[in-house]
Design a protein. Structure first.
Length: 601
């Protein structure tokens, strides 16, 4: 019976294994023989035992006694066997560690995702281009020989897997969508504030252990710090007041102010109904009357309580606003059920002004300085605007103040030739909760060209849709020249949208088939998503995606402030500020002792 012959496939596999073994032997023998020759000569030199041997690495590996007969056996063993072997093992371990670091992205740098941007793809966001751009945008830097990095743009992070800094310029406008504890404050808000070359505006719903405490002392060293804390998040002493009616002396300005109270009270989907629009109209008419007569904003609440009060009608007529006065009179003298519903709606929107603690921040205060946006935008000062989530009218005041600052900055830029220099940085953290500026998407189209750099920070895309509606959020997203996406994106629709925006890449696929004639290999190309939706959802903390206009998406390693030089001093300052907040909170919560009443009596 004939014996079965070995298959061609088995023979081919055997040849492959033999070839690999041969390559491994050569890769080991060549460096080992050279190390043996080098070790023998070094031993001869170190022991002064005779002349060194000529370059014969094979002989040194196989017959070291013939090359160095004058060496004793122990020295020869150490120099040509033990030492070369130890060096070769050390080199192998080092190579393995370096390869693992490159593969796993160790030492603080993750490996760049295949298909995302290299430094050449985003060259306009790198140091050289950003510096050149800063010179052209800021006249004050044109004659400066060396420009500090902080004066060229806002650090977003390092290009993943490298130490190359990625910065947005001082004509970019940004939207950051980052879930809680994904680095939005520690890696974006705080570093941006600390390195800002001009005035800074920050909105937030937290104080202790947040951007407020981390930057308060550092910003106080370069300018004055203003804190508006109507709901006592930081329990800050009232050292300022701001007049929201200063910009309400026109119908447009009064309408914008009323719009902030509307946006703070109802979602975008509800702002178009009859009662919401009517309530907002009444507020704008009364705000206009109070502003024209230079009254405090709290007088509006008195007029809302008594619709029959003719004072606002008389003021509007006296100042030439007869048409507005007629509209107000028509509402007041209309059907009682409709009038009462409209006025009640307006009362709800402005209800926060009934709180004397909140109202004190927006009415003249004796011996308390007035915050003036027109002066702030030309300073190095910092304005902290603090409000609780869902603060209603309290957050309306915060939004109105932020809006007033950005409008004052726009006016100043126009007077200065088109741009602010240095630029104004506006960090709108928790914008969907405490800073609902209704037309922010429209403002984005020109703020950057004025040297006003907003960074709107949201927890999710849907959060923005609840404030500005689907079209408004789409407009904000489209108008932002820089989009930063952090970890924690759990919205499947948004993750898939991002995946499609990032695009596809070509992937080489190798397939192997076996037949009687042997093994054959074929290579084909197919396309796959650079980052599928599940990979975007699983972005690790400390990383982010950067989508810049006209550029391939870049993956970033974030740079939290506590890992930067000088972090110890900043941490200590933050602790002091947090402790001050705690002390003030305890003092307010502690009832006075009985002896205190006796002393007062």
């Amino acid at each position: 019976m004939p014996q079965p012959s070995s298959s061609p496939t088995s023979n081919t596999d055997g040849y492959d294994i033999a070839f690999r073994v041969l390559l491994g032997a050569i890769a080991t023998a060549v460096p080992l023989s050279n190390l043996a020759w080098l070790g023998g000569n070094l031993t001869t030199w170190a022991t002064d035992s005779g002349p060194t041997a000529p370059y014969q690495p094979v002989q040194a590996l196989l017959h070291p006694d013939q090359l160095w007969p004058h060496l004793d056996e122990t020295s020869r063993l150490i120099g040509t066997r033990i030492l070369p072997g130890a060096v070769l093992i050390a080199l192998g371990i080092t190579a393995a560690v370096l390869w693992k670091r490159r593969k796993d992205g160790s030492n603080g740098c993750r490996q760049r995702v295949a298909g995302t941007a290299t430094h050449k793809d985003i060259e306009s966001l790198m140091s050289k281009a950003i510096t050149a751009k800063a010179r052209s945008l800021r006249p004050s830097l044109k004659a400066v020989k060396h420009i500090d990095a902080k004066d060229t743009g806002i650090l977003l992070g390092n290009l993943q897997g490298t130490k190359r800094e990625v910065r947005m310029g001082y004509e970019d406008v940004a939207v950051a969508i980052m879930a809680p504890r994904s680095g939005k404050t520690t890696s974006l808000a705080i570093p941006s504030i600390l390195s800002a070359p001009g005035p800074v505006l920050l909105t937030s719903n937290k104080a202790a252990g947040d951007a407020y405490t981390a930057t308060l002392e550092a910003r106080a060293a370069v300018g004055r710090t203003w804190s508006m804390d109507p709901q006592q998040i930081a329990h800050a002493e009232r050292t300022m007041w701001w007049n929201p009616l200063a910009d309400a002396k026109t119908l447009e300005g009064a309408g914008r102010l009323a719009g902030h109270f509307l946006a703070a009270s109802v979602d975008a989907s509800q702002q178009g109904d009859f009662w919401s629009k009517a309530g907002s109209n009444i507020l704008s008419q009364l705000f206009l009357a109070a502003a024209l007569d230079e009254r405090p904003i709290t007088d509006v609440m008195q007029w809302l309580a008594f619709p029959a009060d003719r004072t606002p009608l008389d003021i509007l007529r006296d100042h030439g606003h007869a048409a507005v006065a007629a509209q107000l009179r028509g509402t007041v003298e209309g059907p009682p059920e409709t009038r009462d519903g409209i006025y009640e709606t307006a009362r709800q929107y402005a209800a926060a002004l009934l709180n004397s603690e909140i109202a004190a921040w927006v009415t003249p205060q004796k011996d308390v300085p007035e915050f003036k946006p027109s002066e702030f935008v030309t300073s190095m000062d910092t304005l902290y605007l603090l409000s609780k989530d869902g603060g209603g009218g309290g957050s309306a005041i915060i939004a109105a103040c932020a809006d007033s600052v950005m409008r004052a900055a726009t006016a100043q830029a126009e007077r200065a030739g088109g741009r602010l220099d240095p630029p104004l940085l506006a960090i709108l953290d928790e914008a969907a909760n405490v800073c609902k500026i209704s037309d922010l998407p429209a403002l984005y189209s020109h703020l950057g060209s004025r040297g006003i750099i907003p960074i709107t920070i949201l927890q999710s895309y849907r959060q923005g849709q609840s404030v500005w509606g689907d079209q408004g959020m789409d407009s904000l997203w489209s108008a932002a020249t820089i989009k930063v996406i952090g970890s924690g994106i759990d919205d499947p629709d948004f993750a898939d949208k991002l995946s499609r925006l990032i695009g596809d890449r070509d992937v080489e696929t190798t397939s192997t088939s076996h037949s009687e004639s042997g093994k054959s290999t074929s290579v084909s190309m197919r396309q796959e998503r650079i980052l599928p939706a599940d990979a975007i959802r699983a972005l690790p903390k400390g990383t982010a995606l950067c989508l810049a206009t006209g550029m391939r998406v870049a993956t970033l390693d974030l740079r939290p402030w506590y890992r930067e030089p000088g972090a110890d001093k900043l941490a200590a300052a933050s602790d002091r500020a947090s402790q001050s907040i705690t002390t003030r909170a305890i003092a307010k919560a502690t009832p006075p002792k009985q002896s205190d009443f006796g002393e007062a009596a």
